[in-house]
Design a protein around this ligand. Structure first.
Ligand code: NIG
Ligand code: FE
Length: 387
């Protein structure tokens, strides 16, 4: 079954050969893009959808989220707005709530959150474990996450749980827990943050990442969120796909990122929600670093699931142009997940698209908080375009 999507006022392809097209059309063949070009020369298809001058962009790629959790920490958010600092300590509260939630409750929470993302234009989401912190709870979190996305990340090394010491916990994470979880994960991640009394230092993070790599997992790092530290350079040295947060960077960190192939994923919703200084995207872009944007959607540091909100923050607060922010939220996210089949609208790629109730991509930042974006994936394509 082929579908012609026509009447596209502005099509952002993120394909260097095609760039941004006006009055465009594309043809979808089942799950894949079959053709992209000017509406006037579009081929025939089995069905036709007219988006009536709306802008179409690649579906957002949210390469960093923690959607598999139970409970709520809105009280911590309120305390931070009143001046309290974030140090990672609240993670323990979510661990307690998540362990107490039966599978069917966690499954329903995940489904609701994934639907919330999709309704805002996100077509790929990475989901981390990290609120279980026992072999059984990490394993069930990853099994449930794998029901909704192929981009699952084992984050047993989120914090050191109460009642254990860091060395014994790292031994568990790199031993029995990794063995149980690796078949259900594509990635391994570690919260490398010497500035937090709950997270892991550079040596422990290296141990975790090397064990994950030996188990066949790709590497991701939470680094340099709360202060300067070894996370960014470790990620680049070990060839991690992405190092996320990158809020406190030295010149050496920026040089390392510029010289490596690790994506710097910025999460400006975290600084918004923790009242912390924002990262400096301009400095990274000017140095030639590949930058992605993601939500980090989690109950502690950023409860927003909205990629358009991240784009608006990136433009308003961290020095990105609207086009750079959109690239980072689509093609950049795909790079951070080492995916070449998403994030770029080109023949052969997945037909993961977002339609905006607006004439241009500029409106994503120009109209913050307005629900402009909806994902346009094949099973729901008709419903989403008929508003
Ligand atoms: O990416 N930094 C570590 N993990 C999350 C926060 C988790 C939480 O506070 O529940 C983050 O910010
Ligand atoms: Fe995170």
């Amino acid at each position: 079954m082929t579908t012609l999507v026509t009447g596209i006022g502005e099509l952002t392809t993120q394909d260097p050969e095609r760039g941004t097209l006006q009055d465009a059309a594309l043809v979808i063949d089942d799950e894949l893009i079959a053709w992209v070009g000017p509406a006037a020369s579009a081929p025939a298809a089995d069905e036709r959808i007219d988006v009536e001058g709306r802008a179409v962009v690649p579906g957002f790629v949210d390469s960093h989220s923690h959607l598999a959790f139970a409970g709520d920490r809105a009280d911590e958010f309120a305390a931070r707005m009143a001046g309290e600092r974030y140090d990672g300590g609240g993670i323990a509260r979510t661990v307690e709530a998540t362990r107490a939630a039966p599978d069917e409750v966690l499954r329903a929470l995940l489904a609701r959150r994934v639907a919330e993302l999709r309704a805002q234009g996100t077509t790929t989401v990475e989901i981390k474990s990290g609120y279980g912190l026992t072999v059984d709870d990490e394993l069930r979190t990853l099994r449930l996450a794998a029901e909704v996305t192929p981009e699952t990340t084992f984050l047993g090394a989120h914090v050191v749980p109460a009642g254990t010491d860091v060395d014994s916990y790292v031994a568990l994470v790199t031993g029995e827990m990794l063995h149980a979880c690796a078949p259900h994960a594509r990635w391994i991640d570690v919260f490398c943050e010497p500035a937090s009394p709950h997270a892991f230092d550079g040596d422990a993070a290296r141990t975790v990442l090397e064990a994950g790599r030996a188990a066949g997992l790709g590497l991701r790092v939470h680094g340099n969120q709360l202060g300067p530290g070894p996370g960014v350079r470790l990620a680049v040295e070990l060839g991690a796909a992405s190092v996320d947060h990158c809020t406190y960077l030295t010149g050496d960190d920026v040089d390392a990122l510029a010289g490596g192939d690790t994506v710097a994923t910025l999460l400006p919703g975290v600084e918004f929600s923790t009242r912390s200084p924002y990262p400096d995207a301009r400095r990274l872009l000017d140095a030639g670093v590949t930058v992605a944007l993601a939500t980090d959607c989690n109950p502690g540091t950023c409860s927003s699931s909205s990629m358009p909100f991240m784009i608006a923050l990136a433009v308003r607060e961290i020095g990105m142009t609207p086009a750079e922010a959109l690239w980072a939220a689509t093609a950049g996210g795909a790079r951070a997940l080492r995916r070449t089949d998403i994030g770029v609208v080109a023949p052969g790629n997945r037909a993961d698209l977002a339609v905006l109730d607006a004439p241009t991509h500029l409106h994503l930042a120009y109209r913050p908080g307005v629900p402009l974006a909806r994902s346009l994936r094949s099973p729901t394509r008709r419903r989403l375009t008929r508003r």
